[in-house]
Unconditional design. Sequence first.
Length: 344
Amino acid sequence: MNRTITTRALMLAGLIGAFLGATPAAAQSAGDFYKGRQITFIVGGGVGGSYGLYARTIAPYLTKHIAGNPSVVVQHIEGGGGVPASNYIHNVAPKDGSYIGMTQMNAVMQQVVRPAAIKYDSRTWHWIGNVSPMRSVVAVRKDSGVASLEDAKKKEVVMGATSKASEMYMTPALLNHYQGTKFKIVLGYPGMAQTMLAIEKGEVQGRAGSYVSLASSHAPWLKEGKLSLLTQMALTRDPAMKDVPLMQDLAKSDEERKVYFLNAAQTAFGRSIFVPGGVPADRVAALRAGFQAAVKDAAFLADAARQKMPVEPMSGEELVAVARDLLDTPPAIVKAFQAATAGK
């Protein structure tokens, strides 16, 4: 992973403006298929997390704008850092366009850094679009006595996470390896909502994950200063966290910086929707066209704004290019990442 990949991911979002929609005949064919049909929307995260929030919010607008106006029903497959959801969509779900997925943003990166642990090939997926890239933050209770990353190098902080496949684990593990922090990572929480509940109870002291999820579920905590925001994991700094450093800014070596960029590259996929390989081209085109219309719908944008959900859409074609770059990460950087996140 290097700056070229990161820059390309960012440039694609701004430079690919033309959307290749379905032809009239293809749109008619897809509309005939979807008329009166239900689309099952598989989400690789818990009901209380930001993946579920994005999926529930956009679902009725997909119904409105996809040819044939199919109903869209959201279902969750929790845990495992989204890998079980990805495996299900790739291996079990019908390949006819009746199932779509929003698995966790690290799905492509998991194929790069943990190939033996997955049972899917994201190179075959058809990307429909991304509602918004995600920016993640390492947040801990201020009453833990940790107000900065320097403090976390001197004092143990107990962090909640779902599994080693999740960024909730990988980000603090990388910081332990390269920065010398003393994060003790407790695995096994089903999702972000349960992890935040554990933080409320004092069972754990912090977590790494979506800032949007934090701002939507614990806005009073942020306003009252009950949380210390130590560092953010993203390609670009979130305007809401302008004083919180990116992990890349902390790097003390070229290897460390490139590993952090690999970790951050997954955020480009944010809240992306895809279908498995094998779905007919006319239905892929109809889903992409419906997605593009949905994210431009004034009512959807108003709903998103009310829930403090950033909307920075990317097309399916853009995601294909970003995925290709990520899958071509140099082996040396992959090995360094694997070593840093191996754990004990």
